[in-house]
Design a protein around this ligand. Structure first.
Ligand SMILES: Nc1nc2c(ncn2[C@@H]2O[C@H](COP(=O)(O)OP(=O)(O)OP(=O)(O)O)[C@@H](O)[C@H]2O)c(=O)[nH]1
Ligand SMILES: [Mg+2]
Length: 364
């Protein structure tokens, strides 16, 4: 019988539905639930230990960031805490797999964002322990798949930096053999801490102060600014053409934007205060029973320094972090103010219609 010689820890990351859990089930014999729809399936980190060619292997199945229903801040906190405690316990990673569906026509939006977060979690020094693993070859024509693989390998905005940093790329055919080749690759590797492990354990940083935390904060700001632009356009249209035929539609759009603003506000707040997940002002407001959209928006916009209130360790923050945080806070507030302005305008237009001017679609 082969001798069990060592403990090897390998994390599996990547977007939802890329086959992370399927990989663990295939090579490790686990029976974890795999997804069968568009919704992400694995919500929590799950580990599976087994013996492979005389080695004690632990595969760590890590949820991705690209699920719209989940909070990225919560996922980051979960991953960061897990990796930090593994590092403290002396369980260092020998490898990190990043799964990618070769059948994906483009790598945009959520996939790109997920990969950027992955890069920030790992840090360049750990790239040599990364393996990009392409899946779903059965769903793509061979030649198309090969051309796409070439693009993934050579484009600087795709996987080139990881490969240049010493990372490997594998083709996983959903067979035991291809999975075994990947594990064998890692067995020979010396373990290496990830950037986030170093930042959290050695540098005692909070999640929001890590490279991944800052990246998420930038992403929140980007999203809020995108919504501000949408709101500006809406406001512009409303001022130019006081069209009363689409008030319902406009209000629905405001509601959707308000929900988005609340989501990002909640994300920023969770990230800023990663020790607790206190409810957003909207949560509190709806619990208070107020159901008017305008009343809710006014209430939340008027809540001062939402992020600052929730931060118990403010003294420890450096001025740059303070500035970045204040910028997100200000951007959310500005967006809420714009929503309020549109809702006021909608309200006054509606009153004019009810007051006797109704029936005409356009009027000044
Ligand atoms: N055709 C095909 N299907 C695959 C392949 N790999 C995984 N799948 C299927 O894709 C679906 C999602 O696979 P999972 O293993 O659950 O993916 P995951 O990355 O764990 O997804 P989340 O837990 O949602 O993040 C399942 O129905 C799998 O059977 C593959 O190479 N080819
Ligand atoms: Mg899964």
């Amino acid at each position: 019988m082969a001798q069990i010689s060592d403990n090897i820890y390998i994390a599996i990351m990547g977007g939802t539905g890329t086959g992370k859990t399927s990989f663990t089930n295939l090579i490790g014999g686990s029976r974890f639930l795999v997804g069968n729809g568009l919704e992400s399936c694995t919500k929590h980190i799950q580990t599976h230990k087994f013996i492979f060619e005389g080695h004690n292997i632990t595969l760590i199945d890590v949820p991705g960031f690209d699920d719209t229903n989940e909070s990225d801040a919560d996922i980051l906190k979960m991953i960061a805490d897990f990796l930090a405690s593994e590092y403290k316990a002396g369980r260092q990673l020998s490898g990190i797999m990043y799964l990618h569906r070769i059948s994906d026509v483009r790598m945009g939006g959520a996939s790109k964002r997920n990969f950027v977060m992955f890069e920030k979690l790992c840090g360049q020094d750990a790239f040599m322990n990364v393996a990009i693993v392409t899946t779903r070859w059965d769903q793509e024509e061979e030649l198309v798949g090969r051309a796409r693989l070439e693009e993934l390998k050579t484009k600087p905005q795709l996987y080139k930096p990881v490969l240049d940093g010493g990372g490997a790329i594998f083709r996983h055919e959903q067979t035991r053999e291809s999975a075994a080749a990947i594990l064998t690759h890692f067995i020979a590797k010396a373990s290496k801490p990830l950037l986030i492990q170093y930042e959290m354990v050695e540098e005692h940083k909070k999640v929001s102060e890590t490279a991944a935390g800052k990246e998420l904060e930038q992403e929140i700001l980007k999203q809020v600014e995108r919504h501000q632009k949408e709101m500006e356009e809406l406001l512009g249209e409303l001022k130019q053409n006081r069209d009363t035929s689409e008030l319902e539609e406009l209000e629905a759009e405001c509601k959707s934007l308000q929900e988005q603003a609340m989501h990002w506000q909640g994300e920023a707040r969770k990230l800023a205060n990663s020790e607790s997940t206190s409810p957003t002002a909207l949560d509190q407001d709806s619990k208070a029973g107020s159901n008017s959209l305008l009343a809710q928006t006014l209430h939340v916009a008027a809540t001062p320094n939402l992020l600052a209130d929730s931060d118990k360790d403010r003294d420890r923050l450096d001025p740059n972090r303070e500035r970045a945080r204040a910028k997100v806070e200000g951007a959310v507030k500005y967006l809420l103010d714009m929503i309020t302005t549109v809702l006021y305008t909608v309200d006054s237009l509606r009153r004019e219609v009810v007051g006797g001017n109704g029936g005409r679609d356009h009027y000044r």
